[in-house]
Ligand binder design. Structure first.
Ligand code: PHE
Length: 354
């Protein structure tokens, strides 16, 4: 005899409970299977749904007693489903994160990096030393007039330096490309009252035959010091200090008498050759010395020309070749290497990046 009423419902309850245990919700492998279990038990045709529907055939008293029991079974099943669902979703997120994780031990991508040209770093080094020695920094134009490049510097009209062999003149204009940075001496004195102490870096232009030590475009740094009672001893002291800071404390210098119209007396300064230490080689033209700058005590005619009182003020000036310094500092034997910009040459100067 098939049970009816309360007994039948309690048997159905026991089956539903067993089915829930069998379904093994806490161990369900994935979200798809979990949803199948949910539909199978509490979907429209599920055992739990049928169990709750069957309550309607019970007496009022049984309904009151068993109704909450059936409801509780359904709710605990649904809670188990929800808990497992959350667990599987978290695990899925973690797996996705794991899959997309960044490997911090991989080496980074190297972006190609520019570097400063050896002439620029040499100029920076020269500037740094002059700054330490109390010089200010001033620049002037590449295109100049004849007065700043020549006549204010006491270079008379018939001087060979004015020869068109040496100077680039602008077509149809009374202008030229400056042949030295001494132009900036004049500009500094015209715009400032003495005393002054100034260094002027810049590019200069000469109609030269190009070879290992000559270029039509090169760089100089001009220095000018004007004060009371300044003479040749001050000039020697400044330049010796400067060259030793630039090239090393053991640098040997040699002051040779020379001639420039804008200085009197004039000198050219050599440093002991770095390539052969003194025994003679092509770099020093077999003399053991390399010329690095021209200098002298400012000619009173130049001071008077810019309106300074030459009875009260005196000074010295010098002009350094930047390429020559860079060649000495880096052991470069051919000046043209600085301009051809072959990367195999330039890449050697990485450590100089400042
Ligand atoms: N202007 C000179 C040159 O270019 C160098 C120099 C500068 C000499 C200042 C004396 C004083 O050769």
């Amino acid at each position: 005899m098939t049970p009816t009423g309360r007994a039948a419902w309690e048997q159905a309850y026991a089956r539903a409970e067993a089915a829930i245990t069998d379904a093994g919700v806490p161990k369900t492998a994935d979200l798809v299977k979990l949803d199948e279990v949910r539909v199978r038990l509490s979907g429209r045709n599920g055992e739990l749904t049928a169990l709750l529907k069957a309550l309607k055939d019970l007496s009022i008293e049984d309904k009151r007693e068993l109704g909450p029991k059936g409801q509780a079974l359904k709710e605990s099943f649904e809670a188990a489903i929800a808990a497992r669902k959350a667990e599987l979703e978290d695990a899925g997120d973690a797996a996705a994160l794991e899959k997309d994780a960044i490997d911090l031990t991989l080496p980074g991508l190297r972006a190609p990096r520019g570097r400063l040209h050896p002439l620029t770093t040499t100029l920076h080094e020269i500037a740094r030393i002059f700054q330490l020695m109390g010089y200010s920094w001033a620049e002037g134009p590449f295109v100049e007039d004849e007065r700043h490049n020549f006549s204010a510097l006491n270079i008379p009209a018939d001087h060979p330096a004015r020869d068109s062999q040496d100077t680039f003149y602008l077509k149809d204009l009374p202008l030229l490309l400056r042949t030295h940075t001494s132009t900036v001496q004049i500009r500094a004195m015209e715009s400032q009252r003495p005393p002054l102490r100034v260094a002027c870096p810049g590019r200069v232009f000469r109609h030269e035959q190009i070879d290992a030590t000559h270029s039509a475009v090169f760089h100089q740094v001009e220095g000018l010091v004007i004060d009371e009672n300044i003479g040749l001893a001050d000039l020697k002291g400044h330049l010796q200090t400067f060259l030793q800071k630039l090239l090393g404390a053991s640098t040997k210098t040699r002051f040779r008498p020379s001639y420039f119209p804008f200085t009197e007396p004039s000198t050219e300064v050599d440093v002991k050759c770095f390539f052969c230490p003194g025994s003679g080689c092509p770099a020093c033209k077999h003399t053991g010395w390399i010329e690095i700058l021209g200098a002298g005590v400012v000619n009173p005619a130049v001071l008077t020309g810019v309106g300074y009182d030459a009875g009260k003020w005196s000074g010295f000036a010098f002009g350094i070749g930047v390429e020559r310094v860079a060649m000495l500092l880096h052991g470069v034997r051919d000046l043209r290497d600085f301009y051809t910009n072959d990367l195999r040459f330039l890449n050697q100067f990485d450590e100089d990046l400042v």
